[in-house]
Write a protein that binds this ligand. Structure first.
Ligand code: 4AD
Ligand code: MG
Length: 477
């Protein structure tokens, strides 16, 4: 008797022998065919029950969602649709599931409904496939950096600085929120708080990663980040995971090469290791596409899209070139954009990014050399004095997936920039130290993990690619 997972039983090389398996009932029909899933694969194993051999009361308890323990012989299947099946000799119900109240019925549920049942949604094919892919992606990311000589570092979750300077932070405090102690100026006195200063949940591990890059050379962090931006969109979360490599002696061009090589590696890995889940999600999307009018259907299937990114160079375009393209574009001239682009210096909205990627270049785009005043304080100022060595990577169907830059390594320039933005030097004294002691060119980027998972799975709402999404007014689980 071999204890096994469903995946191992369904593998080509599985030996026909006595086996033992535990899992959850997907369906039970004709009082005979039990479809069992244990999360190890998308597929169910068919367990054939000779109802004359079992107690009727026991058979009644085989309901969708119940946890069961099965023993029997793995044999070639007589029926169509599967190569092998289990002829059940032993059956035990480990945990009943009341069919009257169990939310996950063997039918199509809307994603909205499943979001409300996020604790059970991985019992469906779509969500189990998405979360298995998420897991493999995470592994492939660590593997890439490990193979390329990077050190993995953990950056703090609670920080005393605003890495992006965007002021979109969640405060961490033990003070009485309604009645906090006040200082002489009538402001909240954080000296009385737990850490003796104002602290927040991190928006990015970049600044700390920079300190380690300037001693260990090549590092990356992969952790949760938090943003209190009140944007209820299908691409934003209040808690998301970010991968942030940081490399000493690397300039912006090197940063682009790294990002492109890294993303291609990860996509290749997923194609080679999760084909079954990808094919399932591709099929799901193809069905969905059929319901759309011809002109709205996507030209490439899910897997073709991944292959396209792997096989083609990312198009590298300066912000200035992009603005020219956008200004002269049809939707801009016809005022079909919500934000019409008139001037150099305008920040790009997602509609513009999508136009560039999906309509104009039709491939991933790396936009770089942005105006200094629409980007964060730490980016390296170019010789023109008005642009910075920033880069954003835009992906079809996603928009911005990566944001990165070469960092300002010159102490005086950085100080001036911080002063102009009212960032106190005392807050970032340690960050400035890096520019005092052995400063050097260095660069890095941040990849939004959920946006990558969206691209790979074809899911269109970011809430459906993270186990328990955090969005405004929503932290149910
Ligand atoms: O462009 P961002 O804000 O860049 C940084 O935080 C830099 N410190 C990264 C670095 O250079 N080390 O964020 C990076 C990426 C975005 O491109 C996007 O993919 C993702 O993080 N992202 C979000 N994903 C989900 N929900 C949100 N609210 C996100 N905000 C950013
Ligand atoms: Mg960004």
């Amino acid at each position: 008797m071999i204890k096994s997972t469903v995946a191992a039983l369904l593998a080509e090389n599985a030996k026909l022998q006595d086996v033992e398996v535990k899992g959850w009932v997907r369906t039970f029909r004709a009082n005979r065919f039990l479809a069992l899933n244990d999360g190890s694969t998308l597929n169910n194993i068919q367990c054939v029950i000779d109802f004359e051999q079992f107690d009727e009361a026991l058979l009644k308890r085989i309901t969708t969602g119940a946890a069961v323990h099965i023993k029997g012989a793995l044999v070639e299947s007589q029926g169509k649709g599967q190569r092998v099946e289990i002829q059940v000799s032993f059956l035990n119900i480990l945990g009943d599931s009341d069919p009257e109240t169990y939310p996950i019925q063997p039918k199509k549920h809307s994603f909205e409904f499943l979001r409300e049942n996020a604790h059970l949604r991985t019992r469906t094919n779509t969500f189990s496939a998405v979360m298995r892919l998420r897991s493999t992606l995470s592994f492939a990311i660590h593997k890439y950096f490990n193979e390329n000589g990077f050190y993995h570092m953990h950056t703090p979750i609670i920080t005393g600085s605003d890495a992006e300077g965007a002021g979109e932070m969640f405060r961490v405090s033990v003070l009485d929120a309604k009645n906090p102690p006040l200082n002489d100026e009538g402001k909240v006195d954080f000296k009385e708080d737990f850490f003796g200063k104002e602290t927040n949940l991190t928006v990015s591990g970049q600044l700390e990663a920079e300190t380690y890059a300037m001693s260990l050379g090549k590092v990356y962090t992969f952790g949760p980040t938090f943003r209190a931006e009140n944007s209820n969109t299908s691409r934003h979360l209040a808690e998301f995971w970010m991968i942030e490599p940081e490399v000493a002696f690397m300039d912006l061009a090197g940063n682009m090469d790294l990002a492109e090589d890294f993303m291609k590696y990860v996509l290749k890995y997923i194609l080679e290791h999760n084909a079954e889940d990808l094919q399932f999600l591709e099929q799901r999307l193809l069905e969905e596409e059929k319901t759309k009018p011809q002109e709205e259907r996507s030209e490439l299937s899910l897997i073709e899209k991944l292959k396209f990114v792997i096989d083609n160079n990312f198009k590298r375009v300066t912000y200035t070139e992009a603005i020219d393209i956008l200004r002269d574009s049809k939707p801009n001239k016809k005022k079909q954009f919500k934000y019409v682009i008139n001037d150099w210096g305008a920040d790009l909205q997602s509609e513009h990014e999508r136009f560039l990627v999906e309509k104009h270049f039709k491939c991933p785009v790396i936009l770089f050399d942005y105006p200094a005043n629409i980007k964060a304080f730490y980016m390296r100022l170019n010789e023109d004095g008005k642009t910075v060595r920033a880069m954003d990577i835009l992906f079809p169907g996603i928009g911005e997936i990566v944001g990165g830059s070469q960092r300002e390594e010159r102490l005086e320039v950085l100080k001036e920039k911080m002063a102009a933005l009212n960032i106190p030097e005392e807050e970032l004294w340690w960050y400035l130290d890096l520019r005092k002691y052995g400063t050097a060119v260095h660069s890095g980027f941040g990849l939004g993990f959920e946006r990558l998972v969206m691209f790979v799975t074809g899911m269109t709402n970011i809430r459906d690619v993270i186990p328990y999404p955090r969005t405004p007014q929503n932290a149910e689980f």
